[in-house]
Design a protein around this ligand. Structure first.
Ligand SMILES: *[C@@H]1O[C@H](CO)[C@@H](O)[C@H](O)[C@H]1NC(C)=O
Ligand SMILES: *[C@@H]1O[C@H](CO)[C@@H](O)[C@H](O)[C@H]1NC(C)=O
Ligand SMILES: *[C@@H]1O[C@H](CO)[C@@H](O)[C@H](O)[C@H]1NC(C)=O
Ligand SMILES: *[C@@H]1O[C@H](CO)[C@@H](O)[C@H](O)[C@H]1NC(C)=O
Ligand SMILES: *[C@@H]1O[C@H](CO)[C@@H](O)[C@H](O)[C@H]1NC(C)=O
Ligand SMILES: *[C@@H]1O[C@H](CO)[C@@H](O)[C@H](O)[C@H]1NC(C)=O
Ligand SMILES: *[C@@H]1O[C@H](CO)[C@@H](O)[C@H](O)[C@H]1NC(C)=O
Length: 711
């Protein structure tokens, strides 16, 4: 799940840690009605959900007075996605729009050149614009190949970026080589080594490399571009051009002297080794990249330079082969060439790092008890402190010693930019990008519950009452099963397929459970799922359902649906062979056979660590113990299978196989196939269709009338 740039799973996001009991629209409407303002809040329907705006993490200006951020949105009626850049004045909170949002003007990667001009990427090219609402952007760098992840150093007068290029070829030569491909008369691809395909792509010889490009000031406003420098050049050459060095991620130091990049050593064991390394290299390209993780074969990620550029921190997993291992915080002193681990006694796994301006503190986002919380870690002592208490934080951007901007959401609040005082821990919301849409809606606020799961361990879950809740009525239940399995349902607002509010607003009591394997409780709890995919989580889910149906009398236990994606889809298949509690199920990109699932997937380290190798007796035994397909003759629950063609993690044959088995045995089942989607649903139009199919399926089979027309 924790592969370097792609989170494995459909994360079930969006739940509020509210220890009080609250409910959805009805009660609040009553209050409002009593005060004579008769507002009937609308349900969060499929169209409204897909029209909600999203905000990017902010980019703070050099003088620290303001920040750039991107707002993006989709318009269902015209099927158009758009985005634009705004300037936020941190003191006053005033917001000025800087770019237009005509179709085709989507932009990304805002950077500052100085206090009065900024840049951004559009269609792989770099633009520059003055900080003024009337200014028009100038094309600053139109590279022969599209670039991503651009950064600028005023100090060194250079930009750094990532571009996918052919072996030993400049950007210009790569563009030519790409054109010659159009002249091919066949389409064959030939592979001798593993990693024929990854995530949603077949391997090609183009690989992301990191470059620096010196800029020469010609005049105040004009720049000359020098030739780009390949910063990985001196790494050992690789015999197979398909398994060359490829840059997963990189970061530029605040002084502009160095970049640190993340890469996998291009050996033939790339698909079963989790070794991911960090290299340090000078932006001048004059020195050999220095390998900082030579003695450790686990995954490294998220390198981040201290504010003075003298140290580099990153996240390090220490167990080779285990992608869901706990992350340790490593700090490397560049001059002394020494690396230490800090706060090593932590039983939780931080997921991102950023240094304070005085370099005494590292701030992390860490999942704990179903929330993504900001912690400060004292670099000298390793002492930790929680700076936020609820919801989900990301995109931390320290302004000075005392203040930082960050993005925050909860189940009932889509993401916005907030200001945090790191001393007082007070926060202040600065943007309200969905103000208009939210005033008509009433989102459901989750309540959390704890019960005794497998091994008698305490297991944590969330429950959302349905839209227009009435205590005296009975409601169907939707159980959403998260992926991973080493992921957790988090108290955040998700725009994905698994936003619990979407199920509650369709009339269901919605339940999610952070079963054994979920991070945020303890390392041991996360690790316990190894070899036990069908065992501990199944016990947790069954006990959780029993707990919920006996505690909450408004749940109709004869009308329940189980839904999940990825590991959640696997678990749906497992449930289908083990229980008849559910009236219907939905399995999105879920494994049917652990054996064929192993042979078809892209990252072998994952099934090898979690289960085993099918040709070895020990591995085969564990794979079969946890194999839903072995229980095929027990399946009887009507199931909707959904699958993306470009899903190379869980290939089409898994969903197709389970669907074929059910239909061959005359059990109602439906197969919804997206030829243009991968493990996720990325296109908004497809996402709308996804929710339509899923909500239609579960309302039909549980005999539920949704508060709005689903189809
Ligand atoms: C790249 O250049 C090196 C050094 O000239 C050479 O050994 C290697 O074969 C080249 N690689 C490819 C794929 O052309
Ligand atoms: C593609 O083929 C055409 C016709 O043979 C030729 O004129 C052209 O130069 C080729 N293009 C490239 C990029 O090789
Ligand atoms: C950059 O250097 C690496 C390592 O030597 C090499 O594999 C790659 O082909 C080079 N890329 C370019 C564009 O020169
Ligand atoms: C991968 O191959 C490299 C180079 O042969 C070797 O050093 C490393 O130990 C191997 N790792 C695994 C997990 O097989
Ligand atoms: C570790 O987790 C397992 C499985 O939940 C549990 O049985 C065991 O008691 C735990 N051990 C510790 C030390 O917490
Ligand atoms: C809708 O947008 C998607 C991109 O998200 C595009 O692939 C599709 O062709 C569009 N359909 C129409 C009818 O515009
Ligand atoms: C669905 O609900 C209606 C109204 O409560 C009831 O009359 C009908 O029998 C139910 N149908 C099924 C299949 O449960």
């Amino acid at each position: 799940m924790r592969c370097t740039h792609i989170a494995r799973l459909l994360q079930l996001t969006g739940l509020a840690l509210s220890l009080w009991t609250s409910s959805c629209a009805a009660e609040d409407n009553n209050i409002i009605t009593n005060t004579i303002i008769n507002i009937k809040h609308k349900p969060l329907d499929i169209k409204t959900f897909h029209s909600l705006r999203r905000v990017s993490p902010p980019t703070i200006s050099p003088n620290k007075r303001g920040a750039l951020f991107i707002t993006s949105y989709y318009t269902p009626d015209s099927n158009k996605s758009a985005s634009y850049l705004s300037y936020l004045d941190i003191d006053s909170g005033s917001i000025t729009r800087l770019t237009d949002d005509r179709p085709g003007t989507t932009l990304s990667n805002p950077i500052w050149f100085d206090d009065t001009s900024f840049g951004f990427l559009r269609r792989g090219a770099l633009y520059r614009q003055n900080l003024s609402p009337d200014a028009v952007p100038d094309l600053l760098y139109d590279p022969p190949m599209p670039i991503t992840k651009v950064a600028y150093s005023a100090n060194k007068g250079l930009i750094t970026f990532v571009a996918s290029v052919y072996p030993n070829s400049t950007l210009k030569e790569s563009a030519m080589l790409k054109r010659t491909e159009d002249n091919r008369t066949d389409s064959a691809m030939v592979f001798d080594n593993l990693w024929a395909r990854h995530w949603n792509e077949w391997m090609s010889v183009e690989k992301p490399n990191v470059f620096s490009l010196p800029l020469k000031h010609q005049s105040e406003t004009e720049w000359n571009l020098d030739t780009e420098i390949n910063l990985t050049t001196v790494l050992p050459r690789c015999p197979d051009p398909l398994t060359r060095w490829s840059i997963d991620d990189y970061t530029l130091s605040p002084t502009g002297d160095n970049v640190a990049f993340v890469t996998r050593p291009p050996f033939d064991n790339m698909t079963w080794s989790t070794n991911v390394d960090i290299y340090l290299v000078s932006t001048s390209g004059n020195s050999k990249p220095r390998l900082l993780t030579a003695h450790i074969d686990g995954m490294s990620s998220s390198p981040v330079f201290s504010s003075d550029g003298r140290r580099l921190a990153w996240l390090q997993m220490e167990t080779p082969g285990c992608e869901s291992d706990i992350n340790r915080i490593y700090v490397h002193n560049i001059a002394a060439r020494e690396t230490i681990a800090i706060s090593y006694d932590w039983d939780l796994s931080p997921s991102s790092l950023v240094w304070s301006k005085d370099d005494k503190t590292i701030y992390t986002v860490t999942s704990t008890q179903g929330r993504n919380i900001i912690f400060s870690v004292d670099v000298a002592t390793g002492k930790r402190k929680e700076l936020t208490l609820v919801g989900s934080a990301w995109g931390l951007r320290p302004i000075d010693e005392q203040n930082m901007l960050f993005v925050h959401s909860t189940q009932d609040q889509p993401a916005d930019i907030h200001l945090l005082n790191t001393y007082s821990r007070r926060t202040k919301q600065l943007t309200y990008v969905n103000k208009e849409a939210l005033k008509d809606l009433k989102l459901c606020v989750p309540e959390d519950f704890l019960f005794n799961g497998a091994h008698g361990d305490k297991v944590h879950g969330w429950l959302l009452r349905p839209y227009d809740f009435d205590q005296r009525k009975k409601y169907p239940l939707a159980l959403l099963i998260h992926g991973g399995p080493q992921q957790a349902s988090i108290q955040s607002f998700s725009h994905s397929q698994w936003n619990p509010n979407m199920y509650s607003n369709a009339g269901f009591v919605t339940v999610v459970i952070n079963f054994h394997g979920s991070p945020g409780y303890s390392k041991n709890f996360t690790d316990s799922i190894r070899h036990k995919w069908g065992d501990l989580p199944y016990v947790d889910l069954m006990r959780g359902i029993d707990f919920v149906t006996s505690k909450y009398k408004f749940v109709d236990s004869t009308r329940m649906a189980a839904l999940g994606g990825s590991y959640g889809g696997y678990m749906v298949n497992w449930l289908n062979g083990h229980t008849d509690k559910f009236k219907c199920m939905v399995a999105h990109d879920g494994k049917f056979s652990t054996v064929s699932g192993y042979y078809g997937t892209d990252e072998l380290w994952f099934p090898e660590w979690d289960l085993g190798k099918p040709w070895e007796i020990a591995g085969r035994t564990i794979l079969e113990e946890n194999n839903p397909e072995r229980f095929a003759s027990n399946f009887k629950t009507p199931t909707l299978f959904i699958q993306g063609e470009k899903d190379f993690r869980i290939p089409v044959s898994e969903s197709l196989g389970a669907w074929t088995m059910l239909r061959r045995r005359s059990i109602p089942a439906r197969f919804v196939y997206f030829p243009d989607e991968d493990h996720w649903i990325n296109k908004m139009g497809n996402s709308m269709r996804w929710y339509t199919e899923v909500l239609d399926w579960i309302t039909t089979w549980t005999n539920t009338t949704a508060p709005y027309h689903i189809r």
